[in-house]
Design a protein around this ligand. Structure first.
Ligand SMILES: NC(=O)c1ccc[n+]([C@@H]2O[C@H](COP(=O)([O-])OP(=O)(O)OC[C@H]3O[C@@H](n4cnc5c(N)ncnc54)[C@H](O)[C@@H]3O)[C@@H](O)[C@H]2O)c1
Length: 255
């Protein structure tokens, strides 16, 4: 399979490109020069520059984005990469007849559920009186509740995917990602025990996103098999035929 990864030089791109290269022909686009073979330096806001790079591609994994999601992040930063570039990547993929499109969305698309109970307590690490086996989960079919402008741009990317799936027959997987760090660490924030997505699970998960048969349009949650979850990760694993191996709880300091 020929797989094109946008933003291949970033945190997630670096992890999954190595893993996918074992079984697939992987090419990439990034605005920053990289040493990786098969990577082209291009700005995704330039549709003419990028369109030829989609010829013969079977699956696109669209990672490139402005990933900062602080409340003060402005449209000057978000519009070019999270809106124009995302629209360009969908358009270029469609024009080239790309079959599978994997869009890096975010849990922030539904992040305001984390202000409601019991999820607010879980995200804050207050577990008293809660049983993780019976906590209700935020599912993929609940209404989006973006927690900021960044999240709204990700909702747009999911919406474009729905359009291309429904009207153009593209197979689209939108991954509402949790937290992935360069170091693979969970970090000090208790929410890490909800959202941590280990590098090992990340690589296998994105392989499944590119390869799984029978996909039309799926929204899946991207996190490891964490005990204190908020989001319905298991439905996505089932749709993709993926089995995670890590759980943040196994790495919690007992001291
Ligand atoms: N890392 C996380 O915890 C996390 C969580 C949720 C969602 N996501 C999403 O996953 C995706 C990848 O995240 P990441 O952590 O690897 O991000 P990152 O910032 O590490 O990497 C993004 C890459 O995209 C490239 N890029 C940016 N603008 C570009 C443009 N106009 N043209 C070409 N390349 C461009 C950057 O140079 C960079 O290499 C993003 O869409 C992000 O929003 C990440």
């Amino acid at each position: 399979m020929k797989i094109l990864i946008t933003g291949i030089g970033g945190t997630i791109g670096s992890v999954i490109a190595d893993a996918l290269s074992n079984q697939h022909e992987v090419t990439g686009i990034d605005i920053r020069p990289l040493e990786r073979d098969g990577t082209v330096v291009a700005d995704l806001t330039d549709i003419d520059a990028i369109s030829p790079l989609f010829q013969g591609v079977d699956a696109v994994i669209h990672l490139a984005a402005e990933r900062r999601h602080t409340p003060d992040i402005g449209w000057d930063l978000l519009l070019p990469t999270n809106v124009i570039a995302t629209a360009n990547v969908y358009d270029a993929a469609h024009a080239a007849g790309v079959r599978r499109f994997v869009f890096a969305s975010s849990m922030h698309v539904v992040g305001n559920y984390e202000n409601d109970e019991p999820w607010a307590s879980i995200a804050a690490g207050r577990y008293e009186g809660l049983d993780p086996a019976t906590v209700p989960l935020v599912t993929a079919d609940m209404p989006v509740r973006p927690d900021g402008r960044y999240a709204a741009t990700k909702a747009l990317g999911e919406s474009l995917g729905r359009y291309y799936a429904d009207c153009e027959g593209m197979e689209v997987v939108c991954v509402r990602l949790g937290t992935i760090a360069d170091s693979d660490a969970i970090g000090d924030d208790p929410r890490g025990y909800v959202a941590w997505f280990s590098h090992a699970d990340l690589a296998g998960f994105f392989s499944a996103c590119a390869e799984a048969p029978g996909i039309k349009y799926e929204i899946v949650y991207g996190a490891s098999a964490n005990t204190w979850k908020i989001y319905d990760t298991a439905s996505g694993w089932k749709a993709l035929g993926f089995t995670p191996s890590d759980n943040a709880e196994d790495h919690r300091s007992k001291s």
